[in-house]
Design a protein around this ligand. Sequence first.
Ligand code: PHE
Length: 454
Amino acid sequence: MQTSSIHGMWSSRLAFVLAATGSAVGLGNIWRFPYITSENGGGAFVLVYLVCIFLVGLPVMFSEIVIGRRGRMSPINSLKELSDDAGKTRAWMGLGVLGVIAGFVILSFYSVVAGWTLHYGFLYFKELIGMGQPITDPAETFTGLLANAGELTFWHGLFMLMTVAVVALGVEKGLERAVSILMPMLFVLLLILLGYGIQTGHFMEAVSFLFRPDWSQLSFGMVVTALGQAFFTLSLGMCAIMTYGAYLPSNANIPAVGTTVAISDTVVALIAGLAIFPVVIAFGIDPAGGGAGLIFTSLPLAFAEMPFGIAYGMAFFLLLSVAAWTSSISLMEPATAYLVESTNLSRKGAALCVAAVAWMLGLVSVFSFNLWAEVSIGGRSLMDAKDFVTSEIMLPIGGLLTALFAGWALSSAISREELDNKMPNWAYTAWLWLARVGAPGLILIVMAGRLELF
Ligand code: PHE
């Protein structure tokens, strides 16, 4: 059994929790969760999403960390070694390959949206120093940005450079420190926004939109979307957490760290929802209208009214960029670690190759808003198609395979040992059967229902 990884190790279990929370908390919580929720009609969607987090997300989270820590390498090679050791087929490596591909595709649109947040941070910065125009009509500002391919490419490129810089330097120092200071700051800003939301007088409407289920909205399509959001927000199903697990010290308790990450992520998403929807409602934006621009078209209306709104808006978007940054690093890490292990590229060279490919793929997302706005695949723009294929197809399938591998291919002696002997028997058995049958079964049923197989 390997006790360390050639790529470096987290300095403590807290460092892992910070890094994995940094991976989980990002645009998925603050940009994607509110707009997907609004498109799916609120309450019923949120409750299904919460069920998916606990019944599917948590067991898959434990499975990824177990596989990663046992294998101590990039997902593809960890799966190879562990399959060999267990006398199972090497076809399991396909899960790692799927993860690496999903990582590229997600990174390629994630970085474009992170570019929007950088751009907004910069707009507020210019306004703050008296050199920019105030955002008087947020919807127009947003449409204007999307129409400008050059501007989008610039911010997408800058964000990709920021990501590659950290990945090239390795996982330990910079990342840990940045995460431990900046993530709590973002959380405080969200709480301030929540306070603003409460005093708009529309807080209870937001609560009821988010939590009062209208079960007429329930459909297989909606459940798959909720499942996809659960995977996306927890960074699961594409081997990112598996890769981070490879750098987790042997004495860390996997159920404890995994649960902490899942709960923190969920709390951030719910607080983001509770902070954003009162604003959406107060300014008369139709919450069911949604759209990927939701936070960019609604929050500036609040910032324009809040005391110190410009400075606040700047801090909010810059910290959101940081949250996106700590997530995109984990999107890049699996492919980079694989290249370091399997080629003679240095870490820097490997990270640069990954970033270059993801950046080019990202141009497809950039152009989907302007030059190629007419192109659609199955009724979706190229941007939406990438988002759909990854979160609603690749991540659930990745999660399904991860759970099956941890539950069936690994011996229970190994998973028991990794999951910590202090875990009570009933909890271990519950995890084992959720990984073996419960989570894969639920994923299969909702995907089959979505495809109208029954
Ligand atoms: N979880 C991240 C977010 O919510 C996105 C992500 C998905 C990161 C998959 C890594 C892997 O923003």
